[in-house]
Design a protein around this ligand. Structure first.
Ligand code: MIG
Length: 686
């Protein structure tokens, strides 16, 4: 059951697709208070209560104990105490012995989530601007609650099948030759690959929708050449449009009045990579149409996937802030700088980027209404994603395109995926990536992944290996790193052959993982979920923070520590461990419910399967297009025999019907002379 409560005059956000009347009754489960225009919701927490949700946020799968703020931020350098990341996903689920309900705050402004931070026994959620629709969801189980939320907010985005291949990316690839060399190294060494990202270096002066003719003389031919090798280019697009007369995106945007304006009616301008930029008002339909159309030359050159960046929006500085900084510095000139004024001076310049005064200085328009940016800040990335997706659909309604964005809001999950932003090459960020995945899924973002290997800092060889082992299971499997960091392509490392085998396992699993993803997406389910979803009555499972369920019957438990050659795993029920070294070399170990110490050398990683849930392995291949998805080895721990419905389609159909693409694979019972007792291994050709 979903109930809606309206406060003040909510701003349209495009998050919800189900229209329903607002209830006039009292909000259940929560105490409601007001403080000026603020709306404050609070609830006493029992010791056992867990809180899931908030999508992209740091710390545990269970969010209890911390404080978060919905305020989309460019936070290169985030740590476990960072309160806001790049996205705001305002769904929170209360789960405990006496409660099971979710709340969604459809509110594009600032929200504070004090989840047992100020007082460990109380959750206090504050909407700063107080104009919002509050949805209260109540269902019989966590899984049903997630489904109900998806019905409220719409079906999750479907990427093309090739987007499940391995993608190599790096800030700094600056020419066709360099990209060809990266592609060549992967092919030569047999490291499977489906895509290479182009970062801002491909653009002329970092200007959106341009490409450097010196470095990429014929993008269409280049893209076609790579596609012959089953590798696709995935260029980046940033949010800001450079202010430059004679540059078509600026001229047409200016002519259409497409940019956000300041109080005095002039265009708001801030510096980002291309220099001074204007910012499209993505809240307007006509602006989205214009912006979505700008992708056309790249689409015509054969590009089928993009990543949208800097769309919080990130601002380096404005002229106003620079003026102010100098003014503050000037004030200090007269006297000697002491320790207090030193901080003042430092702060004057440190506070240039993403400054709140700048976010308060420009406006959007929706339905003819003028709205100050800070009140709708968290919608900006979602608006850009929508503009892009709508542009794709107009260009070619017959196929799916790859799109993932840095910033997002609920609603954007219908139009694209997200990557988790600028992580570091840290072990703690490997764990953070794992913990974020189930909550992103709960909020609708199924197509996701982190920068494998870590974006900032220099990766170490073992950390990259362990990141890739997590990446085997994430829908977006992309190795990405920052300019000036250590080269991070697999082939740069002495143990590259072991890492290649890890990627080869991904390709052997690809038809199966794709099937699990599509079944989840098309049935409003989850691809990753917390253990609590399947084992709500098992307190150990409910509190598990470093293992995650995948699809119908799998669980992952990656190694998250430096130099570890194994880990403890908790099995909530009897399972079968598949310990992979390569697609051809793996151990099958039936394990009983309970705690287990698992040996996992640097080249080994496990997948756990519930009983009667088969795993389908194909031979793999160098790309998603060339692998054979009709012949499988089927592995299943079963005493009675089992079945699996494999989802297969052409990988591009934009609106597939689930039932039309399922093919049943049956598994015999494990015979008395099975090499691994209780485990059936069979072959199937579809
Ligand atoms: O200010 O385009 O998160 O993935 O490589 C940095 C350069 C801008 C941030 C993205 C990152 C990308 C980088 N971008």
């Amino acid at each position: 059951m979903i109930r809606k409560y309206t406060f003040g005059t909510p701003i349209p956000t495009d998050a919800v697709v189900l229209s329903m009347p607002a209830s006039s009754g009292q909000v259940p489960f929560l105490e409601l208070t007001r403080d000026g225009s603020r709306v404050i919701l609070s609830r006493k927490l029992q010791p056992e209560d867990c809180l899931f949700g908030l999508g992209e946020a740091v710390r545990g799968i269970n969010k209890r104990g911390s404080l978060y703020r919905s305020w989309n931020s460019d936070v290169f350098n985030h740590t476990e105490s960072t309160e806001s990341l790049y996205a705001s996903h305002n769904l929170l689920v209360f789960f405990g012995p006496e409660c099971l309900f979710g709340i969604f705050l459809d509110d594009p402004g600032k929200i504070t989530w004090d989840l047992g931070y100020t007082r460990s026994d109380t959750a206090v959620i504050t909407s700063e601007n107080g104009n919002l629709d509050l949805y209260v969801l109540e269902e019989a189980s966590l899984a049903e609650l997630a489904r109900s939320f998806r019905r409220l907010t719409g079906r999750s985005y479907l990427p093309p099948r090739w987007a499940f291949g391995y993608i190599q990316s790096r800030w700094g690839y600056a020419s066709e030759e360099e990209v060809r060399a990266v592609a060549g190294e992967h092919r030569k060494r047999g490291i499977p690959l489906d895509g290479i990202c182009l970062d801002i270096d491909y653009m002329e002066d970092f200007k959106n929708f341009t490409w450097r003719k010196d470095a990429f003389p014929d993008l269409a031919r280049f893209s076609a050449d790579l596609k012959k090798e089953h590798i696709r280019l995935v260029p980046i697009i940033d949010a800001g449009i450079r202010h430059e007369e004679g540059y078509a995106p600026y001229d047409t945007g200016k002519a259409g009045g497409c940019f956000c304006r300041k109080e005095d009616g002039s265009d708001f301008e801030a510096a980002v990579w291309p220099g001074m930029c204007c910012f499209p008002d993505f809240l307007r339909e006509d602006v989205r149409r214009w912006f979505g159309g700008l992708y056309r030359p790249l689409l015509e050159a054969g590009v089928e996937g993009f990543w949208n960046d800097m769309n919080e929006p990130a601002l380096f500085y404005t002229d106003d802030r620079v003026e102010e900084a100098f003014r503050r510095a000037e004030e200090l000139r007269s006297g000697n700088v002491d320790y207090e004024s030193m901080w003042f001076l430092k702060d004057a310049f440190n506070s240039l980027p993403n400054n709140m005064d700048d976010y308060r200085s420009f406006y959007h328009e929706t339905d003819g209404r003028r709205i100050r940016h800070d009140l709708v800040h968290n919608l900006y990335g979602a608006g850009m994603t929508r503009a892009t997706a709508e542009g794709f659909r107009r260009f070619d309604p017959g196929k799916r395109f790859l799109l993932f964005s840095r910033s997002s809001f609920v609603g954007a999950h219908r139009n694209g995926g997200v990557w988790q932003g600028d992580n570091f090459s840290w072990w703690s960020h490997l764990k953070m990536a794992l913990q974020m995945l189930p909550n992103l899924n709960l909020c609708g973002f199924l197509y996701s992944g982190c920068d494998l290997g870590g974006f900032g800092c220099n990766v170490t060889e073992d950390l990259l290996a362990r990141f890739l082992q997590l990446g085997v299971f994430t829908p977006l499997m992309r190795n990405h790193s920052a300019l000036h960091t250590r080269d991070q392509e697999i082939y740069r490392f002495s143990t590259w052959e072991q890492m290649r085998e890890t990627v080869r396992v991904r390709y052997a699993l690809l038809p199966f993982l794709y099937s699990e993803f599509m079944k989840a997406a098309l049935s409003d389910g989850m691809y990753f979920r917390p253990l609590a979803f399947d084992y709500p009555d098992d307190p150990r499972a409910v509190r598990t923070e470093d293992q995650v369920l995948l699809g119908e019957g799998c669980m992952i438990a990656p190694v998250l520590e430096q130099n570890a050659v194994g880990r403890y795993v908790y099995l909530p029920e009897d399972m079968l461990m598949v310990r992979f070294r390569s697609p051809e070399d793996y151990d099958l170990v039936p394990l009983d419910q309970g705690d287990h110490r698992i040996d996992l050398s640097l080249r080994e990683f496990p997948l756990f399967l519930k009983k009667d849930h088969p795993l389908l392995l194909c031979a793999g291949g160098e790309s998603s297009e060339t692998l054979d998805d009709s012949a499988f080895t089927v592995i299943c721990r079963t005493d009675t025999g089992a079945a699996y419905d494999l989802y297969r389609d052409n990988g591009t159909d934009p609106d597939p019907v689930l039932a039309e693409h399922l093919q049943r694979v049956t598994v015999p019972a494990a015979g008395p002379d099975a090499p691994v007792p209780g485990v059936a291994i069979s072959s199937v050709v579809l």
